[in-house]
Write a protein that binds this ligand. Structure first.
Ligand SMILES: Cc1ncc(COP(=O)(O)O)c(C=O)c1O
Length: 418
């Protein structure tokens, strides 16, 4: 049995034969990948790794069976690393080709204008603005909210804005970020949040202007913030005359899961950014929504950040399609994710993968932290994929096949959109 595990950065192969005795030193310079791998192995089949190889490559964990390491052609690959792997649907491509276009920097692209209007209505705001990416949307939002020097925002220590946007808020917007500890469900302690606000005029302190939340919360496991938490934070913001911004990259996912209209979530925020390239199958595109004044300033910020686009209707057209054709199916992605989570604990132990499973399956995941691996279901991941992933995971984690084949009867043999 050779188990190959790809993770982290670098591109080296390490033979475990003589190296490990229950502990695994992967030779990577990234400690979190080391501990992460240890987590995988401690829950996994240490004996397979002892006789196997470990391959480090870019940003993924892949567990292969015996001969899978040499030939990937006959492997059924289930890519659960990120919902950014979605590909545009054929109706999106058609919409791009047929879109009515104009110069959007002059505000004259009819498809962009239609998208912005629809999104403003959807989110219950005065206006909306097409932005190329989520990172640019969040940065433009902070530039629009903060008006001068010596200002700061409050945001979760696990938030994407703080963790995964290259410090753009500091570098490009010149704004100081003060973090509040994220609880594991993505919320924060309200008292800690309140204590971190700095509005006293004191030349030692930057002035707090904005509270930022993230929903769904990526690094906290795709968790959804409860509406009563949003209400509590709004009360704190109002009491101190602060703006609230939502990094709602996956706001539609939260709304669908909570069975509320997106504007019911957005109502607690002065500004909302939402991505269409994550799980909504668009190749590119985000929306920033807020008051007329806010969006007017954001327009300047977008231009300054290099996001003024010309015939941007080619981007807006698939986003309009996504609202009609992909959003109604998010419920199925949620069900598939839940199925993987629920099946995981029911795993048993046995032997050789190919002999046991009768096929070779590769499941791609994303290491997030010492104790967290990310699996994401999204447009393009089918019930068949989920069944294969479960089958493989059960074997890897336990060494055994389940007594019966997994069966995603809810949406059997259907692609997410058919
Ligand atoms: C929660 C969240 N916000 C913002 C972003 C940034 O989006 P983009 O990659 O389009 O800049 C991401 C990206 O994954 C995200 O997960």
């Amino acid at each position: 049995m050779v188990v190959v595990m790809e993770l982290g950065y670098g591109n080296e192969t390490i033979n475990f034969d003589s190296k490990c005795e229950g502990m695994f030193w992967l030779g990577t310079k990234e400690p979190r990948f080391f501990t992460h791998a240890r987590f995988v192995m401690s829950t996994t089949v240490t004996r397979y790794f002892l006789s196997g190889k470990l391959k480090l490559c870019h940003h993924q964990i892949v567990l292969y069976g015996t001969s899978a390491a040499s030939s990937k052609n006959d492997i059924y690959v289930v890519n659960l690393r990120s919902d950014t792997f979605t590909l545009p649907t054929s109706s999106m491509k058609k919409a791009m080709v047929e879109a009515h276009l104009g110069d959007d920097v002059y505000g004259e692209d009819p498809t962009v204008n239609r998208l912005q209007k629809e999104c403003a209505t959807l989110l219950g705001k005065d206006a909306a603005l097409l932005i190329p990416t989520g990172t640019m949307g969040n940065t433009a939002a902070m530039l629009s909210h903060c008006h001068g020097l010596f200002e700061e925002i409050l945001l979760g220590d696990q938030s994407h804005m703080h963790f995964g946007e290259v410090g753009a808020i500091a570098t490009l917007a010149g704004i100081h970020s003060r973090t509040v500890t994220n609880k594991c469900d993505g919320t924060m302690d309200i008292n800690e949040l309140r204590e971190k606000i700095r509005i006293k005029k004191d030349p030692h302190y930057p002035q707090t202007r904005v509270i930022c939340l993230e929903n769904t919360h990526n690094r906290c496991g795709g968790t959804i913030l409860p509406l009563n938490f949003l209400e509590q934070v709004r009360d704190v913001a109002d009491a101190h005359h602060l703006a609230m911004h939502l990094d709602g990259a996956r706001l539609m996912h939260a709304a669908v899961a909570q069975e509320v209209a997106p504007c019911e979530i957005a109502q607690y925020f002065d500004s909302v950014s939402m991505c269409f390239s994550k799980g909504l199958a668009c190749p590119v595109g985000s929306i920033l929504a807020g008051s007329k004044d806010f969006i007017e300033r954001a327009l300047w910020a977008r231009k300054a950040l290099g996001g003024g686009m010309r015939q941007a209707g080619v981007i807006a057209a698939p986003m309009l399609v996504a609202l009609n054709e992909i959003v109604p199916h998010l419920r199925e992605d949620h069900a598939r994710a839940r199925k993987i989570a629920q099946e995981r604990p029911r795993m048993h132990v046995t032997d050789e993968e190919f002999e046991v499973l009768g096929e070779r399956i590769s499941v791609q995941m994303m290491p997030f932290s010492d104790t967290l691996i990310r699996f994401v279901t999204y447009y393009g991941i089918t019930d068949k994929d989920v069944d294969k992933a479960i089958k493989k995971l059960q074997y890897v984690l336990t060494g055994r096949k389940r007594d019966s084949e997994p069966n995603s009867s809810a949406f059997r043999d259907k692609s997410p959109l058919q």
